[in-house]
Ligand binder design. Structure first.
Ligand SMILES: [Zn+2]
Length: 315
C-alpha cells in the first residue's frame, strides 16, 4: 500500500529539499537505511501509533518550520533536528500508555522510573538507530552528543502529561514578548512547541481526515481497555469502550489539550495556516458535538483498515 513507506519517502524528500545531505555531508545510502530502520521500528499492528502517524507528524512539523518566523531564523541544524525528532518521536510505541506499563510492571517502567517512560524509550531507540546506521559517524563526537541530547529534549517534550508545564512557559514568553529567535535556547523551545503541535494536530486537519485519525486513536485506547479487562486490571481513563464514544473523547481532547495549545501557537505565529488550523479545529469540535450519533458512528474495524487519503502539503 502506498502509505507503507511514506515516512521514508517523505523524510528523504525533505532532507534533499532542505539541502541537508550536502550541508552535513550525509551518506545517502546510510540515510535511506536509517529511515527504513526507523520505519520498521514502528509497530504496524498499532491502529494509531505506527509509521503513518510519524509521517503525519513529520509533514506537520515541516509546515510549521516553513512558517515565516521560523523559516527566517532556524539554522540547518535546527531543521535537521526538527525532522529527525518528528520522524522518530514515537519509535517502537507499544500501543499502550505509560499507566498500562506501570500497572503491568513492564521493564520499561522500572527502567525509566515511571517518568516519561514511553518518550525516554522513543528517544533511546532513535539514538540507537542513529548510531547503528552510522549516519552521523563523521560528526565530531561533541556535536553528535549535543545532537542526541537535543533530540531527547524534543522527544521528551511530547509527553502529554507535561503539557501544562510547556503551555504555561509558552504563554509566559508570549505575554512578556521575550522570545527572540536569534537566541538558540529560544529557538529550541519553539521547536519543542512546534513538535508538540505537530503531534496533536489531527483535530486541526479537515474533517474527513481528522475523523479517520480519531477512530484510529480510539481503536488503540479501547484495545488497551480490553486487555486491561482480560487481566482484571482497572480500566484506564478513555479506554473503556462501554463508557466512551469517539465523539466524547474528541470533544474532551480538543477542549482541554488541542485548543489551548493551538491558540497560543496562533498568537506566536499569526499566519493564514494557523487560522486555517483553528478553523478546522472549531468546525470539527462542532461536528463532534452536534452531529447526530448515527452520522458519527463507524465501525472501528472498518475505519482502521481504511487508508488515509494522501493529502498535499497543506494542513
Ligand atoms: Zn506521536
Amino acid at each position: 500500500i502506498v502509505w507503507r513507506k511514506s515516512l521514508v519517502d517523505l523524510t528523504l524528500h525533505l532532507f534533499i529539499d532542505y539541502g541537508l545531505i550536502k550541508l552535513f555531508r550525509l551518506d545517502l545510502l546510510k540515510l535511506r537505511q536509517f529511515l527504513v530502520m526507523v520505519h520498521e521500528a514502528y509497530r504496524r499492528q498499532n491502529p494509531y501509533h505506527n509509521a503513518l502517524h510519524a509521517a503525519d507528524v513529520t509533514q506537520a512539523m515541516y509546515c510549521y518550520m516553513q512558517e515565516p518566523q521560523l523559516s527566517e531564523s532556524l539554522t540547518s541544524c535546527d531543521i535537521l533536528l526538527g525532522l529527525l525528532a518528528a520522524a522518530t518521536h514515537d519509535l517502537d510505541h507499544p500501543g499502550v500508555n505509560q499507566t498500562f506499563l506501570i500497572k503491568t510492571n513492564h521493564y520499561l517502567a522500572s527502567l525509566y522510573q515511571n517518568a516519561s517512560v514511553l518518550e525516554n524509550h522513543h528517544w533511546k531507540c532513535a539514538v540507537s538507530l542513529l548510531r547503528e546506521s552510522g549516519l552521523l559517524s563523521h560528526f565530531p563526537s561533541e556535536d553528535r552528543q549535543n545532537l542526541e541530547e537535543r533530540l531527547g529534549s524534543l522527544i521528551l517534550a511530547t509527553d502529554i502529561s507535561r503539557q501544562n508545564e510547556y503551555l504555561s512557559q509558552f504563554r509566559a514568553h508570549l505575554d512578556r514578548a521575550d522570545l527572540h529567535l536569534n537566541n538558540s535556547q529560544n529557538r529550541h523551545f519553539i521547536l519543542q512547541m512546534a513538535l508538540k503541535c505537530a503531534d496533536i494536530c489531527n483535530p486541526c486537519r479537515p474533517w474527513h481526515i481528522s475523523k479517520l485519525w480519531s477512530h484510529k486513536v480510539t481503536d488503540e485506547f479501547f484495545s488497551q481497555g480490553d486487555s486491561e479487562k482480560r487481566q482484571n486490571l482497572d480500566v484506564s481513563i478513555l479506554c473503556d469502550r462501554n463508557a466512551n464514544t469517539v465523539a466524547k473523547i474528541q470533544i474532551g481532547f480538543i477542549s482541554f489539550v488541542v485548543e489551548p495549545l493551538f491558540l497560543e501557537w496562533a498568537r506566536f505565529s499569526d499566519t493564514p495556516l494557523s487560522q486555517i488550523m483553528l478553523g478546522h479545529m472549531t468546525s470539527n469540535k462542532y461536528k463532534w458535538t452536534h452531529l447526530p450519533q448515527e452520522d458519527l458512528r463507524e465501525s472501528t474495524q472498518s475505519t482502521s483498515s481504511k487508508t488515509l487519503p494522501q493529502g498535499g502539503l497543506g494542513p
